[in-house]
Design a protein around this ligand. Structure first.
Ligand code: F6P
Length: 556
């Protein structure tokens, strides 16, 4: 018998559907009272601890999820990824971001060729270049050292590097290495973003790094031309050679733009944009800011998780467990969202990065074979650091919709504050909330408890918490470059696991194309109307009305 195309046609899926009806009858309060169960839901790796005991699962559920993984051929799919097979079938590409952080002596093939030496050739070039810039041996057109960097890029060419940069900003070693330097990111084509980025910068001391996999992205290219103009109008056109470099897979377009190909840092089509932070996309700007040795630790952290993901049995495999639990929450419980709640201000850009990795990867409506999915795949990712989020959207999470939460905590603060006379340190205060919130969500508060507290009867419905809201906790020993790399790789692989189970292609992104092509039509119309007074044609009533108003009001 031919194997079913859709995972939802398999027996393990159907069994999980039926099992979910049983699980629904058990409150997390009861599940949490079984210490043996909780103990089995703690997984350790390299000093970090994952606790998934506050998920609506029993040991039976987890075993059924392993069966689902088997039915989805999860292990084979992971192997195919690591073996460089073209698992991104709609673009006919391998998916090898793991090769970007592999040790120098590793062998990872794509199309019959070991790609690791090429990866290290670029890493060595970045190390050499960043040392020249940082030491002042590469100087700008007027003889000044280039102390400031603006990285121009959007989407995957921006969000990952911004997340890592923001996280490293509190690591004492990284802070020391970054002394006297600035790194800024220009992503939005909104001229306000240009203004914000160049305010206070001197072109004489600025290096612009244009980051674009395709080197065709409209926003990035316009921003790159804007900064090229900023440099050449201040320092003359020849200054571009000293003040602009590029990161891209499209070296021909880099050269056409006017950047010396020797000052371009390559990557490859087997690196998806949203998985590119460990390529020159992230490594170059971050090495310029912090030095290559700090960034190398970040790469090593990611690589340690790549090994763990590849080799650990499923019951000890953090990305696999997280991926399976997400599928359980989304596809069986029907919870559409996931909140990412790091109790660490340094991780404030983590949720925005994971939003792209997850939603661009798994926001799909058809299977990898093009069959419409009879179930919802993907989830809505959002989040804020705690405790800020508690004072924003947690009300809804506690008493409104059920949103599975990821709580991420750090054992040791890198910037501790101990005030005399305070009950606890500032970090203990933060972490008190990290430990309290998952229990508030899981246990809730019953009307009976409220009655015992003599709460007025009319307030009891308002003060009742239903509880039974799933979360998981990930406790990291600290937040240095290594752990940041680990956290990134855990989420990258978790998202791949979800896609592998759902049977979708997590590595293409056709859904971003339609809007881009319609914008091309509008751009042409705006140009024609402004320069030749062409009438607005080819749009529906609504768009025509809006465009007419925009053109009229903006030319008044
Ligand atoms: O529009 C989406 C997207 O294609 C992302 O996948 C990508 O990360 C981003 O645009 C930027 O693309 P590029 O690096 O080619 O400029």
């Amino acid at each position: 018998m031919a194997s079913p195309t859709l995972i939802s046609d398999t027996e393990p899926w159907k069994e999980l559907k039926a099992h979910m009806e049983e699980i629904k009858k058990t409150h997390l309060r009861n599940l949490m009272s079984d210490s043996a169960r909780c103990q089995s839901m703690m997984v350790e790796f390299d000093g970090m601890l994952l606790d998934y005991s506050r998920q609506n699962v029993t040991l039976e559920t987890v075993n059924k999820l392993y069966k689902l993984a088997e039915a989805a051929h999860l292990k084979e799919k992971i192997n195919r990824m690591y073996n460089g097979e073209h698992i991104n079938s709609t673009e006919n590409r391998s998916v090898l971001h793991v090769a970007l952080r592999a040790p120098r002596d590793a062998v990872i093939n794509s199309d019959g060729k070991n790609v690791v030496p090429e990866v290290w050739k670029v890493l060595d070039k970045i190390q050499e270049f960043s040392e020249r810039i940082r030491s002042g041996s590469w100087i700008g057109a007027t003889g000044k050292a280039l102390t400031d960097v603006v990285a121009v890029g959007i989407g995957g060419s921006f969000l990952g590097p911004l997340f890592v940069h923001t996280a490293l900003q509190t690591d004492p070693e990284a802070v020391e290495c970054a002394r006297g330097r600035q790194l800024r990111f220009l992503a939005n084509v909104d001229p306000i973003d240009v203004a914000r980025n160049i305010t206070g910068l001197n072109p004489e001391t600025t290096l612009v790094v244009v980051v674009s996999k395709t080197f065709t992205t409209a926003e990035t290219m316009l921003n790159a031309r804007t900064l090229r103009e900023w440099i050449s109008s201040a320092l003359g056109p020849s200054a571009v050679a000293k003040h602009m470099v590029a990161v891209s897979t499209n070296l021909a377009l880099v050269e056409k733009f006017g950047i010396d190909p020797n000052n371009a840092f390559a990557f490859w089509d087997w690196v998806g944009g949203r998985y590119s932070v460990c390529s020159a996309v992230g490594v170059l700007p971050l090495s310029l800011q912090y030095g290559f040795s700090v960034v190398e630790k970040f790469l090593k952290g990611a690589s340690s998780i790549d090994q763990h993901f590849y080799t650990a049995p499923f019951e000890k495999n953090i990305p696999v467990l997280l991926g399976l639990l997400s599928v359980w929450n989304v596809s069986f419980f029907g919870y559409p969202a996931r909140a990412i709640l790091p109790y660490s201000q340094a991780l404030e850009k983590f949720a925005p990065h994971i939003q792209q990795v997850s939603m661009e990867s798994n926001g799909k409506g058809v299977s990898i074979d093009g069959v419409p999915l009879p179930f919802e795949a993907g989830e809505i990712d959002f989040g804020e650091p705690g405790t800020n989020g508690q004072h924003s959207f947690y009300q809804l999470i506690h008493q409104g919709r059920v949103i599975p939460c990821d709580f991420i905590g750090i054992v040791k603060s890198q910037q501790p504050v101990y005030l005399k006379g305070e009950v606890v340190s500032n970090h203990d205060e933060l972490m008190s909330n990290f430990f309290a919130q998952p229990d508030a969500l899981a246990y809730g508060k019953t009307p009976e408890q409220l009655q015992k507290e003599n709460v007025s009867p009319h307030l009891i419905p308002h003060k009742t918490f239903s509880g039974n809201r799933p979360s998981l906790s990930l406790l990291l020993p600290s937040l240095n470059a290594n752990n940041i790399g680990q956290l990134l790789a855990i989420y990258e692989h978790r998202i791949a696991v979800e896609g592998f189970i759902w049977g979708i292609n997590s590595f293409d992104q056709w859904g971003v194309e339609l809007g881009k092509s319609l914008a091309t039509q509008v751009r042409k119309q705006l140009h024609g109307s402004r320069t030749k007074g062409e009438p607005i044609e080819g749009f529906n009533f609504s768009t025509k009305t809006l465009l007419t108003r925009y053109l009229k009001a903006s030319s008044d």
